[in-house]
Design a protein around this ligand. Sequence first.
Ligand code: ATP
Ligand code: MG
Length: 139
Amino acid sequence: MIERTLAIIKPDAIAARRAGAILSMIEQAGFRILAMRLLRLTRAQAEGFYAVHREKPFFDSLCRFMTEGPVIVMALEADGAIQKWRDLMGPTDPAQAPEGTIRRLFGSNIERNAVHGSDGPETARFELGYFFPGVELLG
Ligand code: ATP
Ligand code: MG
């Protein structure tokens, strides 16, 4: 089933100049990039995006990290895009990530893990609307 998912290249990966390498992996894996923005999140945008994690002990640190520099947000499309992108990212903790995954290659630790991906259809809808409101995603 053709799906769409929201991907973010996080501030650590942008600062380390890994954005090009990550975009290349996205293309090689066969995703279509339907929309892309580079922006620096405000604190309010980061808190709203990660609202589900508001009660977690790492919430404040996560929001600080996500606002420390620019991010690239993208709408990706592919057959089974949500799981396909999570497979290419690898698990949250880069230390647990299989060889060849983005987080294994470019992540530093469980917080500074290079990329984000929606974790289900409902989340994808919310997250795509969060960064591309009213945008027709035609690719
Ligand atoms: P993401 O939502 O960014 O794609 P994920 O779905 O793999 O990652 P979540 O559990 O949704 O992981 O956590 C969101 C983000 O919060 C993680 O990507 C990471 O940056 C940070 N994070 C998660 N767990 C921890 C933790 N135990 N300590 C510090 N930061 C964490
Ligand atoms: Mg998540």
